[in-house]
Design a protein around this ligand. Sequence first.
Ligand code: NAD
Ligand code: UDP
Length: 312
Amino acid sequence: MSRILVTGAAGFLGSHLCDALLADGHEVIGMDNHVSGRPENLEEVFYHDRFVFYEHDVTEFIHISGEIDAVMHLASLASPVFYREHPIKTLKVGALGTHKTLGLAKEKDATYFFTSTSEVYGDPEVHPQSEDYRGNVDPYGPRSCYDESKRYGEALIRAYRDQHDLDVRIARIFNTYGTRMRLDDGRVIPNFMKQALTGKDLTVFGDGSQTRSFCHVEDLVDGLLTLLESNIDTPVNIGNPDERTILELAELIIEVTNSDSEVTFEPLPPQDPEVRRPDISKAKNKLNWKPKIDLYEGLNSVVPYFEERASL
Ligand code: NAD
Ligand code: UDP
């Protein structure tokens, strides 16, 4: 059994990660300031005897007594709608929050785990994206608060690895979906689900020809835990390479929700990446990991969650 700190624990991925770590027998310390996460995501584990929760902003000094085996830093604003609304908080959690959590990991001699993102590749000119692609990011662009905070985070981790010999892992996560996503978080799957389930038109931005590749949260968390257990101290893409256009996704969601909604087209946000698809050769070869849940099956499995909340 290990003692593991999870920042961003009340969020979508963080709460699923806490569940999985507890199921594997670990002791989990959850931390969150609820800027985008919700206490209800932790309802099922809140009184678990191997779980404690601290409400804390990770950009401030973090004190935890006792030993810690791993620090998993997931805290961030993660939806384009939220990070555009809170660009300074986004930069601070990627920069100061990563610094504070790295300092804690160094103090405790713990393994450090960072959830980076496919956004480090920006609007990619190389397709699909493998880990050695250096990206196409506009440092002064509308998404830069997120992209650059994660790129800076990776650089800081590299420095702690090199200068302090810290044991580090970096997962570059591609678009993931599942239960516990906020219906108002603006990301495409919760948006389309909510629209389809309330009889509203699905708002496809641009002509819907831009692509993304969607991974089910169960596969994603399995990938994160496999990476944690490995000894790979360089970035690894974790995602599902099944690439779809956004228009195709809209049609699929109309189908799985059995909805009468139609598609409407709205302007594409500036610098919205045209394509995105992970090359997961590294994860396959070095971690023996690949996703198992296909999109149709995965979307079907989350309809009841969205249905329950869509009309609230
Ligand atoms: P989320 O918004 O659901 O969860 C993030 C959590 O971090 C929230 O609970 C929020 O309250 C918390 N948080 C933010 N700033 C904080 C701070 N200063 N102090 C303490 N807590 C803070 O997002 P998510 O989708 O669960 O993403 C989790 C991580 O995975 C993020 O680092 C994100 O960048 C990364 N990621 C996610 C995806 C995806 O598709 N879900 C893709 C790429 C990367
Ligand atoms: N998108 C859309 N309609 C919506 C929300 C998003 O067409 O209501 C598009 C968005 O422009 C992008 C894709 O869906 O091309 C994925 O957007 P999301 O915000 O989920 O994440 P991103 O991959 O852009 O970070």
